[in-house]
Ligand binder design. Structure first.
Ligand code: G16
Length: 543
């Protein structure tokens, strides 16, 4: 077998976003486009020769082809062994676990997460480092630098092995281990949670619905929920991963998981409903008759985590992204532990977790996870909720009500304006930034602006500074509006507007969210001139 050196030209648009490089499939199918980016991953690393690399993806269209490229290029670049999930399948948290357990120098995860899949839809490539977490900014910047000067890539002159046969194979001189994608991950969950207690809960007649959205978590959910925990057959729906997610948008929110939401609000609703996204790292949590926002879920999970064996020793700290509501801050305060506020992007939690400064992390974008891996983890969040329900034997509604009566309630909503003109979006943000200095003291829709800034983060572990992470407008009394542009979209720009109001425990805890946030929504729209600058009079998605 021989290594082939292929001459290539740089593409100048391969800057990784919030979570890797995401583009439409036809964009990735341009000559050498994926090859260039994969080579840049290797060119930006050193000392990996002879070591192990994990490769897997969420099963979306183009997954198998790019996995073949990753294997052949890893062999040509001197990697010692590739571990790949059968069929090319690995959920993002399972990949993170496999990297950590196998001592790999990193992993390549092929996914565009919650974005749709198919021949004209989205694809993505992400590199994770040896701790199992997304590459930090200094690594993604180095990869991006390599993509801009690349002149050749290396590829083994041999076919990649059959991905559907579990066992040992070869590609050139490199070993390829094709493994069951589920077992190691399911075993980890069994270590963290009280499976006998959850089994007893299901045996008592507790009913659950889990929507895998025809994405990667289907096999994991069937194994863990139905086989190991004894949930009734049919608990898991849409449980077979499909290349196009059955033409659905595998984003577990109230728009794209509407059928689940409707069932959970219906007369004969199960006790607990949940969903996960394309690559299995996000979660949606709905109780009978109550939606739990991701920010509230983070706070409630943190407050009750000690009920699960894996967290019985208590938490070292909690971390949340800046746009996530402050609900978890109140839990951290009561527990007497640290609360860390980072920019959007799971990669910012890695250092805190490695340094033992945080145990549980969460984001408003439906991501929650812990120190067990270095990615957010959809099924982990579902199992921690199940463990809490198995111990407390209360309804979700009762648990939420008790939580708010203890800590108060952070009313919260995010409005997304999708696929808007990129120039218009950039101008809107620039206009807000220009106005920041003069906003304090102004009153809008009855709200007085106390402060306005552009969030920046000084990593307490490695001292790196990340600037321009979102414009915050803080109102007197503790309410706020936050504006930022998404780093994960593939069409135009997506404006995200996050709004929050804190209501103390003595206040009205049962308002409709839209009513509670009414003046803040109006103020945010006016301050950013959303309608005039985007041409939109209403958001595409409200979460
Ligand atoms: C990714 C990141 C998350 C981030 C989310 C939204 O999630 O891993 O940390 O919160 O994108 O980012 P943005 O607001 O920039 O679109 P995923 O599930 O897409 O990998």
């Amino acid at each position: 077998m021989a290594v082939i050196t292929v001459q290539t030209q740089p593409y100048l648009d391969q800057k990784p976003g919030t979570s890797g490089l995401r583009k439409k499939v036809p964009h990735f199918q341009q000559a050498n486009y994926a090859e260039n980016f994969i080579q840049a991953i290797f060119d930006a690393q050193s000392g990996f020769e002879g070591k192990t690399l994990v490769v897997g993806g969420d099963g979306r269209y183009h997954n198998r082809h790019v996995i073949g490229l990753c294997i052949r290029m890893a062999a040509a670049n001197g990697v010692g062994r590739v571990i790949v999930g059968k069929g090319g399948i690995l959920s993002t948290p399972a990949a993170s676990n496999l990297i950590r357990k196998s001592g790999a120098f990193g992993g390549i995860i092929l996914s565009a997460s919650h974005n749709p899949g198919g021949p004209t839809e989205d694809f993505g490539i992400k590199f994770n480092i040896a701790n199992g977490g997304p590459a930090p900014e200094k690594v993604t910047e180095a990869m991006y630098g390599k993509t801009r000067t690349i002149a050749r890539y290396l590829i083994e002159d041999a076919a990649a092995p059959d991905l559907d046969v579990i066992g040992k194979a070869q590609c050139g001189a490199m070993a390829v281990d094709i493994v069951d994608p589920v077992l190691l991950y399911a075993d980890l969950m069994e270590e963290l949670f009280d499976f006998p207690a959850i089994r007893a809960l299901f045996a008592s007649g507790f009913r659950m619905r889990f929507d895998a959205m025809s994405a990667v978590t289907g096999p994991y959910a069937h194994e863990i929920l139905e086989r190991r925990l004894g949930a009734a057959a049919g608990t898991v729906i849409n449980g077979t991963p499909l290349e196009d997610f059955g033409h659905h948008h595998p984003d577990p929110n109230l728009v794209h998981a509407k059928a689940l939401y409707d069932e959970m609000m219906g007369a004969n609703a199960p006790d607990f409903g949940a969903a996960s996204d394309g690559d299995g790292d996000r979660n949606l949590i709905i109780g009978k008759g109550i939606f739990i926002t991701p920010s509230d879920s983070l706070a409630m999970l943190a407050a009750n985590a000690h009920l699960a064996p894996g967290y019985a020793q208590g938490l070292a700290g909690i971390a949340r992204s800046m746009p996530t509501s402050g609900a978890a801050d109140r839990v951290a305060e009561k527990l007497g532990i640290g609360l860390h506020e980072t920019p959007t992007g799971w990669k910012f939690f890695g250092n805190l977790l490695d340094a033992g400064m945080a145990t549980i992390c969460g984001e408003e974008s439906a991501g929650t996870g812990s120190s067990h891996v270095r990615e957010k983890d959809g099924l982990w969040a579902v199992l921690l909720w199940l463990n809490i329900l198995a111990v407390r034997r209360d309804s979700m509604k009762a648990i939420a009500a008790a939580h708010w009566q203890t800590y108060g309630r952070n009313y919260y909503a995010r409005h997304d304006y999708e696929a808007i003109d990129t120039d218009a979006a950039n101008t809107l943000m620039a206009h807000l930034r220009d106005r920041m200095a003069t906003l304090p003291g102004e009153t809008v829709h009855g709200l007085t602006i106390a402060a306005a800034d552009d969030f920046e983060y000084l990593d307490p572990v490695d001292g790196s500074l990340s600037k321009n992470q979102g414009v915050r407008i803080l109102f007197a009394g503790g309410s706020r509006a936050v504006f930022r542009l998404s780093g994960t979209g593939t069409s135009g720009a997506t404006l995200r507007v996050y709004m929050e109001r804190y209501e103390p425990a003595s206040g009205n805890l049962a308002l409709e969210v839209a009513d509670a946030l009414g003046p803040i929504i109006a103020a945010a729209n006016d301050l950013a001139e959303v309608a005039a600058r985007t041409g939109r009079t209403a958001p595409d998605v409200i979460t």
